[in-house]
Structure formats: structure tokens, C-alpha cells
Design a protein around this ligand. Structure first.
Ligand code: AMP
Length: 443
């Protein structure tokens, strides 16, 4: 991990920052940004109950669709930099709109967000740039899908083309399951997001996430991360938005990272330029390390959740300068991320029933937390009229800790989890099992 310095000064006034979004990701971004001594205030639209506990942070109630009112408010608040978290706003062109109004924005325009909001477009993009990824077929009808599934010797992965909150991917074990998955997507399970389907060859290997902060031409890499998508221990059960993560991911050693840069990251940036896409924001590379080398599973146009909560505590206070440089197209390409000399891990506490149906409004009790190198970022919470903390989502809290090694990180995280309680609270006990030397399910 590099400890070289990035610039310790901002390029312009950086006193009032706005973070758009309401999850654990946005709370951790706001927390990392407020650490900077020059930052006076971090506003969140809409944020959640946890935002109110963060130093220098304030929530703003405003309808993002009321564009005139939004601009008026941002001008009154003298917002110097806007960071957009969720993919839906990026896909809807919010970054383009705010840039046209002369705000500095960290987050790609609609053209760049297409890397995430159209899986078929992203696959064609990778094909154009010769970026390693699973073989695919773009299909526009169930009949077409059935033909390809029938001809394939093995079951294919079925993906809805558009945004589906991480639920539009099916990994069937049989052809019959493939047919059923394709049927459900074409029958409107994901609305317009399922008008087109991508069928993919199933590839195998461990997964890892890489994040590049881009300024349109140049990029700087954040520490790598690995998340746990499956609901249950031993990486079993349904896919979720993420049950925990750790960073950095030792799996991506120097050899593989070098290959990822040469075979994936640089060709991606070059291809964006070739397509005249001025991408100012983060590119999330979801990768699989297969026998033949790293391949791209997916691109996201925003920070991953819970990887973001895991990585932010590793950043020093100059992190916000990097976001600013990206928003202004002013990276030098020589920046190195300042990181504290620690590793980080995150465990997510969820509501019972997640990722399917779950109740909200359940009181959360938090006892004595060891706050040394430990953060609790609210993912889905609200406050009752008398100020009690309540659950307000499937993923409720992100418990994040840092220490010299992953055993110490997770020991602290699980100790703190014992102090947290709400009816139906669920979490996995084996987050980071790959990197915990003393891990055993009997612990
Ligand atoms: P995505 O939303 O595209 O990242 O897919 C969600 C998850 O499905 C990934 O994290 C992988 O675990 C799995 N997946 C997606 N595409 C493939 C593929 N072609 N082969 C094997 N697994 C896949």
C-alpha cells in the first residue's frame, strides 16, 4: 500500500460539500470528507438518521426532481463540490444537469453511467476494447433467448440489461432454470430494465473489486476490496447488496494488479476517451480471477456498498482533494492515495427477511461500543418522533473496524456487534474468513 503524498491543498475553495444519497456508502463518504480541516460543512440529500451523528454533517430535505429549487438551495449554501452516490441519479443525468449549472461534480454523466445501467452496452464496450470478460449474447426476445440457451452445452448466466438493484442476475444450474430466469425477466419482473437480456458464459474464480477515481483522462486507484454478496455463511444463499467486506484484498497481489491495470483499467479509460465520454467519477470494476486471468464481471459507475464503508477509514484527510481534482479534470496521474497503515473490515447487520421482505421501524439498541478505529455507518435507519433510532431498510448498520491485521479487525467488529441489538437482527459470522488466520466457525 502506498504512503506517498497526494497534494495537501485544494485547487479551489472546498468548504461546503454536498453528498447525494441515503445509504451507508454516503455516510462513509461524508465522514471521510469531513475529516479534512478545510471542510466546514458536509450536507447530505437526503442522508439518513446516521448522518445526524456525523461531525460537521447536516441533512437537507429537498426534492431532487425539483431542479429549480435544488439549484437555488445549492447556491444559497455555496456548495463547492457535489458527490453523487446512487447509480439511479447518475443514470438519470443528474451530474450532467448540475455541471451545466456550473457546479463541480464527482460522478459520471449519463453517457458514462451507461457502463452500469446497460449491461449489454458494457459488454459491447469491453468487446470493442478487447477487455477480458465472459462470452455473451444480447437478446431482445424470449424466443431468441430460448434458442441460445437450448444450443449451449452448459447453463448460461441470465442478466436483465438495466438497473435492477443487484437482483437482475441469475446463475442457473440447469437449462430449465435458465429458461425460467429468462421468462421472468422478459415477463416484466424488472420493468423496462428487462426489455433486453444478456446471456453469459459462466466463469469461475474468486471475486475482487477495484475502484478507479477518474478525471476524464487520468485515474488513481483506491485500495482493493473483496465483498461477500451471499446472505449466508460459507457464501451460500441468495445474492444480496453485500453482507460485509474487507480491504485491501490480498488476492490481488502485485502480479494480478499489474495485469488488471494493463488488461482492464487502462483499456477501459482509453475506450471511454475513444467514445468521447468524459468520465469524472469512480469506476467500480467487479472482477473475477479466473484460471486464464482477471476478467470483468461488471462495471458500476459508483462506489460499491459495503466496500465504500470499508475503504473510507483507510483514507487520510486529503481524500476530498482527489474528488475535487477528478471533478475538475485535474489529476496529474502521479497521485498516490494516502492510506493509514492498517487493514479494514465491515460487517453488515440486516433486518430479518432481507433480501426479500422485511419490516421497518424496529427500535435499535446500541450499548457500549469500542470506538477506537471503529465506525458505525448507518445503512438504513430513521429516527422516531421522540428521537429513537429505528430500522429503515434491509441493510441497517455497517460495523467497520481497522487494525494491524484482519483477525484483530474482525475480533473488534464482532465484539461491537454484541452491543447492538434489534428484533430480527441478522449478520454473518464469517466475514473475511479468507483473510482471518484464526478463523474457524467454532470460534
Ligand atoms: P453482477 O450484478 O453482474 O455483478 O452479478 C452478480 C454476481 O453474479 C457476481 O458478483 C458474480 O458472483 C455472479 N456472476 C455474474 N456474471 C457471472 C458470470 N458470467 N459467471 C459467473 N458468475 C457470474
Amino acid at each position: 500500500m502506498s504512503t506517498n503524498s497526494t497534494s495537501s491543498k485544494s485547487l479551489s475553495r472546498l468548504e461546503n460539500i454536498l453528498v447525494i444519497g441515503n445509504g451507508g456508502r454516503e455516510n462513509s463518504l461524508a465522514w471521510a470528507i469531513q475529516k479534512n480541516e478545510f471542510v466546514k460543512k458536509v450536507y447530505l440529500i437526503p442522508g439518513n438518521a446516521g448522518s445526524e451523528r456525523l461531525n460537521k454533517c447536516e441533512r437537507i430535505k429537498i426534492d431532487l426532481n425539483n431542479k429549480n429549487k435544488l439549484v437555488e438551495k445549492l447556491e444559497i449554501l455555496k456548495i463547492d463540490l457535489i458527490v453523487i452516490g446512487p447509480e439511479l441519479h447518475l443514470a438519470n443525468g443528474l451530474a450532467d444537469f448540475l455541471r451545466k449549472k456550473n457546479f463541480k461534480v464527482f460522478g459520471p454523466g449519463k453517457d458514462g453511467a451507461k457502463l452500469e445501467y446497460s449491461k449489454s452496452w458494457a459488454k459491447e464496450f469491453m468487446q470493442d476494447a478487447n477487455i477480458p470478460t465472459a462470452k455473451f449474447w444480447k437478446v431482445n426476445s424470449l424466443e431468441e433467448a430460448k434458442k441460445i440457451i437450448q444450443l449451449s452445452p452448459v447453463p448460461l448466466v441470465v442478466k436483465a440489461d438495466g438497473l435492477a438493484s443487484g437482483k437482475g442476475v441469475f446463475i442457473p444450474d440447469s437449462k430449465n432454470e435458465c429458461f425460467r430466469a429468462a421468462e421472468s425477466v422478459f415477463n416484466g419482473k424488472f420493468g423496462d430494465s428487462g426489455n433486453v437480456v444478456v446471456l453469459e458464459e459462466k466463469i469461475q474464480g474468486p471475486e475482487v473489486s477495484v475502484f478507479a477515481l477518474c478525471d476524464g483522462e487520468r485515474y488513481v486507484l483506491l485500495p482493493t476490496a473483496q465483498d461477500h454478496k451471499r446472505l449466508n455463511e460459507n457464501d451460500e444463499g441468495p445474492n444480496t447488496g453485500g453482507m460485509g467486506a474487507y480491504s485491501p484484498a490480498p488476492l490481488l497481489n502485485e502480479y494480478y494488479l499489474d495485469r488488471v491495470i494493463k488488461e482492464i483499467i487502462e483499456p477501459t479509460i482509453n475506450e471511454l476517451n475513444k467514445k468521447n465520454i468524459n468520465y469524472k467519477g469512480v469506476i467500480y470494476f467487479g472482477l473475477m480471477i479466473t484460471k486464464s486471468g482477471p476478467q470483468v464481471i461488471e462495471y458500476n459507475c459508483r462506489f460499491g456498498d459495503p466496500e465504500c464503508q470499508t475503504i473510507m477509514p483507510l483514507m487520510d484527510q486529503s481524500f476530498v482533494f482527489l474528488l475535487e481534482k477528478c471533478s475538475m479534470g485535474k489529476l496529474t496521474g502521479e497521485e498516490r492515495i494516502n492510506t493509514v497503515n492498517k487493514v479494514s473490515g465491515c460487517v453488515i447487520a440486516t433486518s430479518s427477511g432481507y433480501p426479500y421482505e422485511y419490516k421497518i421501524g424496529i427500535p435499535i439498541k446500541i450499548g457500549h461500543i469500542d470506538k477506537t478505529d471503529c465506525q458505525i455507518f448507518d445503512s438504513g435507519t430513521s429516527l422516531s418522533t421522540n428521537g429513537e433510532l429505528l430500522t429503515n431498510g434491509g441493510r441497517v448498520l455497517s460495523i467497520v473496524c481497522q487494525d494491524k491485521n484482519f483477525d484483530m479487525v474482525f475480533e473488534k467488529a464482532y465484539k461491537n456487534l454484541k452491543e447492538i441489538n434489534f428484533d430480527g437482527m441478522y449478520f454473518r459470522n464469517d466475514i473475511g474468513h479468507q483473510v482471518r488466520k484464526n478463523f474457524s466457525m467454532e470460534n
